[in-house]
Write a protein that binds this ligand. Sequence first.
Ligand code: GTP
Ligand code: MG
Length: 360
Amino acid sequence: MLKIGIVGLAQVGKTTLFRALTHAHGTGLGSGRPEAHVGIVHVPDPRLDRLAAIVHPQRKVYASVEYVDTPGSVIDLARTGAQTAALREMDVLAHVVRVFEDKAVPHPSGTVEPRRDIENVELELVLSDLGSVEKRLERLDKDLKKQKSPALEKEHHVLGLCKQALEKQTPLREVSLAPEDERMIRGFTFLSSKPMLYALNLGERDAAKTDAVEQFAAEVGLKQRPKTAATAVCGKIEAELAELNDEEATEFLASYGLKESALARVVRSSYHLLGMISFFTTDGGECRAWTIRAGTTAVEAAGEVHTDLQRGFIRAEVVRFEDLSSAGGMAEARHQGTVKIEGKEYVLQDGEVVHFRHSA
Ligand SMILES: Nc1nc2c(ncn2[C@@H]2O[C@H](COP(=O)(O)OP(=O)(O)OP(=O)(O)O)[C@@H](O)[C@H]2O)c(=O)[nH]1
Ligand SMILES: [Mg+2]
């Protein structure tokens, strides 16, 4: 399951956002409880809703993601060894950036300056990684003096590249390494290598503009950079939204001129950053969304559903969501010729509905 760590400076609205996200779509586990810091939430997906309306399954199972709320400033977390471990487990860091002005909530640095906060946090992640890299390089130097080894020399070389980048304050997510080199250093779970989603926490005044994220991103100095994305939220509004039922929520959003809650946007951006896509199954009385990496083959995807399906894989029947939706049913889609039979090596595309044929 995708793990999204909510990080940022102190008092920027992390917990407010976390509660809103987990309360609104929580699965029950930890959601909505004031003391909870981990919450598993369903990923809203209108495509799954539409499929269920066609297929009439007994159950509808959304994909889920895990949000982790981190307390206080991420700078303090990155500096204390024990806490960094929690950060290292995350797939994505959602950096909540304070943009809202509110005299009742003093900013620890005295003024609200998103650009400064973004730079400070980035620098801290870079420094934390530089510390780890230097320590490992020292160790490698010692070992290589005792005995030459191609594997260690290779590691030394790759970490050397990382060090060079970090010394120039370039986060590791911007360093392009060969896939094998990337695999080699994956175990270090460097903080600056994690995809970063900037969640700009706007004030109520700007709530209607959360759709216009580009404008705010430009104002706070965020440029298009590798493995980063920006989204805008309004913590206060999201917190209110979380208290409403679906119908009320839609109305409430509309009153602000918004189409969807922040959850959908946060999840979508995170998926996108990680190159994740969804496919659907409708077997066994269950309509279900699955999350896979882009590039996953049909036989690998079968393994996500069940190891038996992977082992006994024969063929996959694949239809695009749009085709099934417009056909209004599987039989009609077949009739229209949009259901394709694919083999093991077929690469699944986002939004495909798949039925795996397998031998027992
Ligand atoms: N006006 C306004 N206040 C907000 C917004 N989001 C959060 N706050 C307030 O800011 C204060 C801090 O919010 P929290 O969500 O606790 O912030 P945090 O980042 O979790 O704080 P720490 O965990 O202590 O670092 C609270 O008083 C919130 O009500 C917002 O969008 N607008
Ligand atoms: Mg908090």
